[in-house]
Design a protein around this ligand. Structure first.
Ligand code: SF4
Ligand code: SF4
Length: 208
C-alpha cells in the first residue's frame, strides 16, 4: 500500500520535470539568417591563415617568451651560479635540484665562495612560470626563447648543468680558472670584469 501511494505522489513531479526540459522548436531558420551564416564561412576563405608548416617554418616567439633555461657566465667565463638553491626553493613544481660546493684557489668555477656543482632541471615537471629566475640573486639563471623540448625518453628531459650552461663566447675561458686580476666577487657582480685576461689563462694552464 505504501509503495503504491508513493509512486502516485511522484508521478506528477516527474512529468513536470520532463515538460521543463522540452526543446522548443521554432522550425527551420529563415533564408536570410542561413545566408548570413554562409557569408561568414565564405568571407573566412579569403582571410590570411595563421597556420605555418612547422617544423619547416618556425615563427619567432614573443621577446619575453619563457623557454628553456640557461645558466649564464661572467665575461671571463666564470659561472654566475653560486649554488645558493634559491631557485630550487622558489620552484612551485619542485623541478630544480642544486648541490653547491666550495671553490678553491686551485679549482675555481665562480667568483666568491661557492658554485653550483650539480644543477638539474626536470622538464617533465617544469611549468615555465619563471619564478626561479626571479629568485636568482646573481642573474645566473635566465630563460631563452627555445621551446623545442619534446623527446621520446623521459630521462632526456632532465637537463644537467652541462646542458644548461651558456656557451663560451669570444674572450671567455673554460672554468676552472682564477678570478680576474685584482677583482673580487663584488667587482664581478657589478659587471666590471671586461673579459678573461692573459694572466688568468697563464695561471689556468697548469691545471689543464
Ligand atoms: S620555470 Fe617555474 S616550474 Fe620551471 S623550474 Fe622555474 S620555477 Fe620551476
Ligand atoms: S641559479 Fe641562481 S638561485 Fe639558483 S643556485 Fe644558482 S645562483 Fe642560486
Amino acid at each position: 500500500m505504501n509503495n503504491e501511494s508513493n509512486s502516485n505522489e511522484l508521478e506528477p513531479l516527474n512529468r513536470a520535470e520532463r515538460e521543463s526540459h522540452e526543446v522548443i522548436d521554432n522550425g527551420p531558420s529563415g533564408f536570410a539568417s542561413q545566408l548570413k551564416g554562409f557569408w561568414v564561412t565564405f568571407r573566412t576563405m579569403f582571410k590570411k591563415v595563421n597556420t605555418v608548416q612547422y617544423p619547416e617554418v618556425k615563427e619567432a616567439t614573443a621577446p619575453r617568451f619563457h623557454g628553456r633555461h640557461q645558466l649564464n657566465r661572467h665575461p671571463d667565463g666564470l659561472e654566475k651560479c653560486i649554488g645558493c638553491e634559491l631557485c630550487a626553493w622558489a620552484c612551485p613544481a619542485d623541478a630544480i635540484y642544486v648541490e653547491g660546493a666550495d671553490n678553491s684557489e686551485g679549482e675555481r668555477f665562480s667568483p666568491g665562495e661557492r658554485y653550483g656543482k650539480v644543477y638539474q632541471i626536470n622538464y617533465l615537471r617544469c611549468v615555465f612560470c619563471g619564478l626561479c629566475i626571479e629568485a636568482c640573486p646573481t642573474r645566473a639563471l635566465t630563460m631563452t626563447n627555445e621551446y623545442e623540448l619534446a623527446d621520446d625518453q623521459r630521462q632526456k628531459l632532465i637537463f644537467e648543468k652541462e646542458d644548461l650552461l651558456a656557451p663560451l663566447r669570444a674572450g671567455m675561458l673554460l672554468p676552472p680558472h682564477p678570478m680576474y686580476p685584482d677583482a673580487d666577487d663584488q667587482t664581478y657582480y657589478r659587471g666590471e670584469v671586461p673579459g678573461a685576461s692573459p694572466l688568468q689563462e697563464n695561471i689556468a694552464e697548469p691545471n689543464k
